[in-house]
Design a protein around this ligand. Structure first.
Ligand code: FO1
Length: 314
């Protein structure tokens, strides 16, 4: 079976670990969000690609959900001693290794997709990890505060401002001119099912779908999504701040409607939202526990998504 999943960061990566366990014989391609990418200290950092690679490769800092396990921060200390910022984005020594290798390859002219393949040769994530595009796409957030109205990089809004300053708008800069990375449309074309993990529907899945060509290629397939919102609140992260920014209510039903019946065939919601069970504007909704408390729980959710896809695809 050929499965394609559109993934963002922490929630998406944890779901994928379950998907890999639920369908060990499947050929899984992950299309990763690159809108969170940021250039720091002369290096290119790809948080969502790294979170998937580290989580599936066994190198993730498990409690944080991002960054490397068994980290040290000597480089960070040295940068602080030089008063070279930003200090609000924590990069560990081991993580710097990834960004140095990636940046060296990018500077040598390799596209991000080739770089990601090279990094995955070490981590062996057990899935094919493709960036959504080799072209630069960066999510910026327009805010209004004491310093006036301005755009900040998503990471500054997310990490330094904790998404506490309301976003006037969220813009995937460059998305309209970006092309799907090599292999992305081919993987979607060949897919038996496309899964939308419980990633941030705006800045993760939404950004991937904003790359011209990807949304129609996904919509042509049987698509099952997993709600990142349970009982009106995001499971983790601050998806509610992103949803509010685009005028979407923070609920499992509103996110399904936001994706739309032209995209979604099935939608898994938590038992807290079982009132949605049945047909939601053409989308088949099923409820089950959605908390990914461990890999087995994530695998059970992934299994349910695949079962729903089989039911709908037949
Ligand atoms: N998230 C934080 O809340 N604080 C950080 O200092 C931080 C650093 C960081 C470094 C590398 C990396 O790959 C991810 C990092 N993240 C951090 C998480 C990151 O902001 C989010 O994982 C994604 O961008 C959103 O999915």
């Amino acid at each position: 079976m050929r499965i394609v999943a559109l993934a963002g960061g922490i929630g998406g990566a944890r779901f994928l670990r379950g998907l890999r366990q639920a369908a060990p014989e499947a050929d899984i391609t992950v299309i990763g969000n690159t809108g969170d990418d940021i250039s720091l200290f002369g290096l290119r950092v790809c948080p969502d690609l790294d979170t998937v690679m580290y989580t599936l490769g066994g190198g993730i800092n498990e409690e944080q959900g991002w960054g490397r396990a068994d980290e040290r921060f000597t480089i960070r200390e040295e940068l602080a001693a030089y008063e070279v910022g930003p200090s609000w984005f924590t990069l560990g020594d081991r993580d710097f290794g990834t960004h140095i290798v990636r940046s060296q390859m990018l500077d040598a002219g390799y596209p991000l997709s080739a770089v990601t393949e090279a990094l995955c040769a070490r981590w062996k994530p057990g899935v094919r990890l493709l960036p959504m595009s080799d072209d630069r796409v960066e999510t910026h957030v327009v805010i209004e505060d004491a310093e006036g109205r301005r755009a900040v990089h998503f990471q500054e809004w997310w990490v330094r401002l904790h998404a506490q300053v309301p976003a006037r708008s969220i813009v995937a800069v460059g998305a309209e001119d970006a092309k799907p990375a090599p292999g992305v449309l081919e993987a979607l074309e060949a897919a038996d099912v496309v899964i939308l993990p419980p990633s941030n529907p705006v800045v993760s899945v939404g950004t991937i779908l904003a790359v011209p060509g990807i949304r129609p290629a996904v919509a042509a397939k049987t698509v099952v999504g997993v709600s990142p919102i349970i009982g009106g609140a995001p499971v983790r992260g601050m998806a509610d701040a992103c949803l509010t920014a685009i005028g979407v209510e923070t609920s499992a039903g509103a996110v399904a409607a936001h994706y739309g019946p032209d995209l979604l065939d099935g939608w898994l919601v938590d038992t807290a939202d079982s009132d949605l069970d049945g047909d939601l504007d053409g989308i088949a909704v099923r409820s089950r526990p959605l908390l990914m408390t461990d890999v087995d729980a994530a695998a059970a959710i992934a299994r349910a998504a695949l079962d729903l896809a089989a039911e709908l695809g037949s």
